[in-house]
Design a protein around this ligand. Structure first.
Ligand SMILES: NC(=O)c1ccc[n+]([C@@H]2O[C@H](COP(=O)([O-])OP(=O)(O)OC[C@H]3O[C@@H](n4cnc5c(N)ncnc54)[C@H](O)[C@@H]3O)[C@@H](O)[C@H]2O)c1
Length: 382
């Protein structure tokens, strides 16, 4: 297949590009390198030193003899999107190319507006490019489990059948996102649903859980292929952040009680889920929704697991319950369905001590790159 990866320079996009290239697909990346610019804006950087995108692609060609085409440009510029679609003629589009940090979107009005424009306009441009230049192609769009929020009923995979006043219908599951970023993904989902219903496009909306771990076998084949690893308060996701904190001798920063429960997924399963969705596309007119996570944990569960694995490596850490900068329930019911990707053939990598130990060892190796001043939360929701 010809697979266009939007946001292919990012944490999920880069390993996905390499993995799909390795499987024999023709892969192109479109990215405007904005993630690297946001690092510069905030004065943060990946724990792992990452090569430029051009160096990455050259290194991949060197080790694999496979070529990845590059389109450097912004999804909010329709001419860029149109040109990429015309030149590459994708069979599938994997869309990771968004501003994905909840805290970044909550910094102030400008960052909130930027996040929604970047994400919603970028996705709208992709939908119009599909309608006009690739109507048979399959959009595989990264949504997030955070779109659903934490309702007091089980979360279905995208749709719920409701009985109301003697009638019944299957409708999109209600969404109660907890940040401006998560809201942008809900807006995307509505726009994609519209494009499928009205124009007959085919799409899979992958409501992904929090991703942990560092990369896939392909990202280990050369130092220039190494994936990014974020540990700071704005872009660092829970488990990865805890591992960096433990390695640096910093307390593990649990927000509030730590009972916040979420779905999690290993990056090795992320790339496989994308492949499974691509190989079994949605039907024309269908917006298929899959909940892309493999296990659920509370934040405190994760901190305790990291603390225990760290102790075995001789790293003594404490768990600090910080005042929660977010507005969210800290103890709540959480049960989210996630069987459809298993039905497609996913064999999950479940979180075990070996994975956490590997991440701790990685963080120890790059310990001198950890900036301890960028860990405590400064962005608040109110
Ligand atoms: N990382 C997670 O834990 C997680 C969890 C759930 C969902 N997701 C979703 O997966 C996707 C990828 O996440 P990630 O962690 O890889 O993020 P990331 O920030 O590492 O990568 C996103 C990439 O998109 C690019 N990009 C952003 N806006 C763009 C634009 N307007 N034009 C072109 N390129 C643009 C960035 O430069 C970056 O390379 C996001 O949509 C995110 O919402 C991620």
């Amino acid at each position: 297949m010809r697979i266009l990866i939007l946001g292919g320079d990012g944490f999920c996009g880069w390993p996905t590009a390499l993995y799909l290239s390795q499987q024999g697909h023709e892969v192109a990346i479109l990215d405007n390198l904005s993630r690297r610019a946001w690092d510069d804006e905030l004065g943060i950087s990946s724990l792992t030193p990452i090569a430029t995108l051009e160096q990455r692609v050259a290194a991949w060609q060197h080790v694999s003899e496979k070529r990845i085409a590059l389109f450097i440009g912004d999804l909010t510029d329709f001419e860029i999107v149109r040109a990429a679609f015309e030149q590459f003629a994708p069979d599938a589009i994997v869309h990771f190319g968004e501003q994905r940090s909840a805290p970044y979107s909550m910094i102030d009005r400008q960052h909130a507006v930027f996040t929604q424009v970047n994400n919603v306009v970028g996705t709208l441009n992709v939908l119009y490019a599909m309608r006009d230049h690739a109507p048979q192609a399959h959009l595989i769009k990264l949504g997030t489990m955070g779109e659903y929020g934490t309702p007091n009923i089980a979360i279905e995979e995208g749709y719920i059948t409701i009985e109301h006043e003697g009638r019944s219908d299957t409708l999109p599951f209600p969404k109660q996102p907890g940040s401006i970023y998560h809201l942008s993904k809900v807006h995307d989902s509505h726009n994609i649903f519209f494009a499928c219903r009205i124009w007959g496009l085919r799409a899979t909306d992958l409501n992904q859980g929090v991703v942990y771990n560092i990369g896939v076998e392909q990202t280990e084949r050369d130092p220039a292929l190494v994936n990014r690893f974020d540990y700071d308060e704005v872009f660092g996701t829970a488990l990865n952040r805890f591992c960096a904190e433990a390695a640096a001798g910093h307390a593990l920063t649990v927000y509030g009680a730590g009972g916040q429960t979420r779905g999690f997924i290993d990056i090795r399963d992320t790339v496989r889920c994308i492949e499974l969705a691509a190989l079994r596309p949605a039907e024309p007119g269908e917006m298929r929704v899959l909940n892309q996570f493999t296990e659920q944990f509370s934040v405190l569960d994760l901190a305790e697991r990291v603390q225990s694995a760290a102790r075995k490596l001789g790293l003594e850490t404490t768990i600090a319950h910080l005042e929660n900068p977010r507005v969210e329930q800290e103890r709540h019911f959480y049960e989210a369905k996630h069987t459809k990707l298993l039905d497609l053939g996913l064999q999950p990598h479940l979180l075990n001590e070996a994975t956490i130990t590997g991440l701790l060892e990685l963080a120890v190796r790059y310990r001198e790159r950890i900036d301890l001043t960028r860990i405590l939360p400064t962005v608040t929701w109110k």
